[in-house]
Ligand binder design. Structure first.
Ligand code: SR1
Length: 365
């Protein structure tokens, strides 16, 4: 069979900002979007080297947190990898930093064709990323902060625009000078980037931060309930809470409801999943807005970023995946109850124009 080696047209869209979804949608018009189902895409060119021979081996060294985001991300990565003749060898340290480091050490020793590092702590992972680069192994990172990213391709959601989008809604709802609470944790790249935006929004709008609490653990949602519960008992007059990771958002919502404050306190989150949509759509839910990507589409896009790079078709060294801001009103108006319906209502979530080529269309998990 003749192998077409047409120069692929790569459209690596770097996120410019989160899109507020209040009825107006940015549409990519993908077929999957109109049905709401994931449609197997068709490539218009054959796979180029190195994907046109034996499977390309890619070690995916994950440090997953709790929740649906990480599961959907992994499913999207697997689906995209299968499409491109990539064999993913996945390890997951599940909140254990020492294991994450030893997983990466072993991945380097196994001499894969490339490595994807998903999340992780700078101090434990930086030396090993440097070691991989020095060994000549291509490395793509997702949601990891490095002090030296020379030779590394950096990917992330557009955390800045995500936080800006949902906090713009918070300010529109409760106004300047409002009493607000913050529930998050430090030392996690996406949360630290969202925190920078929070600090700026607090300063710009003279917000009165009456409490800051929160943690990331193996059971993030349930572990945040008592923390927020205690903060609410001290500050029942808080008007809005920013909880920028859906597991933390869900714990925050439970604590608000436990204190019977759902009519007085609004909660603003980050991320989306079927479970999150159920919480947002529940009668009287305090979770009024979230900024999100489709994590399956992001996992797939990270694999495409690596694939384009290995094929010599990626010009960027940083790719940010755009998000949207979703309000409770938008969900009600569009009768969105699950992620499939959300994709149909907001096709830009599919990332079908982001890091794609004629041989590498976007595949959703
Ligand atoms: C502990 S970090 C959690 C975040 O990582 C992913 O990027 C999700 O957006 C989640 O909020």
């Amino acid at each position: 069979m003749a192998i077409l080696r047409r120069a692929a047209v790569v459209t690596a869209l770097v996120a410019a900002g989160a899109l507020a979804v209040t009825g107006c949608a940015q549409s990519s018009g993908s077929p999957a979007a109109t049905t709401g189902a994931s449609t197997a895409p068709t490539a218009s060119a054959e796979l180029p080297a190195p994907f046109d021979a034996d499977p390309v081996t890619v070690a995916v060294v994950r440090q997953s947190g709790a929740g649906d985001f990480f599961e959907a991300w992994g499913a999207g990565a697997e689906a995209q990898a299968s499409f491109a003749n990539i064999d993913l060898q996945v390890t997951d340290a599940r909140n254990d930093n020492a294991k994450h480091a030893s997983d990466l050490e072993q991945a380097i020793a196994s001499k894969p064709d490339a490595i994807i590092v998903d999340h992780g702590q700078t101090d434990t992972i930086q030396p090993l990323v440097t070691k991989a680069v020095e060994a000549g192994i291509p490395v793509v990172i997702y949601d990891l902060a490095l002090t030296d990213s020379e030779g590394v391709i950096v990917t992330a959601q557009s955390d800045k625009s995500m936080a800006e989008g949902v906090l713009e809604q918070l300010i529109a709802d409760v106004g300047e000078g409002a009493k607000v609470g913050y529930v998050s944790a430090t030392g996690f790249a996406p949360l630290d980037r969202r925190a920078e935006v929070w600090d700026q929004v607090v300063a710009d709008n003279d917000l009165d931060v009456v409490f800051s609490t929160g943690e990331v653990s193996d059971s993030t949602a349930s572990d945040n309930v008592p923390l927020v519960d205690a903060a609410l008992k001290q500050n029942p007059d808080v008007q809005a809470i920013f909880a920028p990771y859906d597991e933390i958002t869900k714990g925050t919502v439970l604590a608000v409801q436990q204190n019977n404050l759902q009519d007085k306190v609004k909660v603003y989150g980050i991320d989306i999943s079927n479970a999150d949509l159920e919480v947002m759509n529940a009668e009287g839910s305090p979770w009024v807005a979230t900024s999100a990507t489709d994590p399956a589409a992001v996992g797939a896009a990270v694999v495409r970023t690596l694939a384009l790079s290995l094929a010599g078709e990626l010009d960027e060294t940083e790719v940010l995946f755009p998000a949207i801001t979703i309000t409770q009103d938008f969900l009600a108006e569009n009768e969105v109850t699950n992620v499939t319906e959300l994709r149909a209502a907001e096709p830009s979530l599919e990332l079908s124009d982001v890091v794609v080529a004629d041989w590498l269309p976007a595949v959703s998990g």
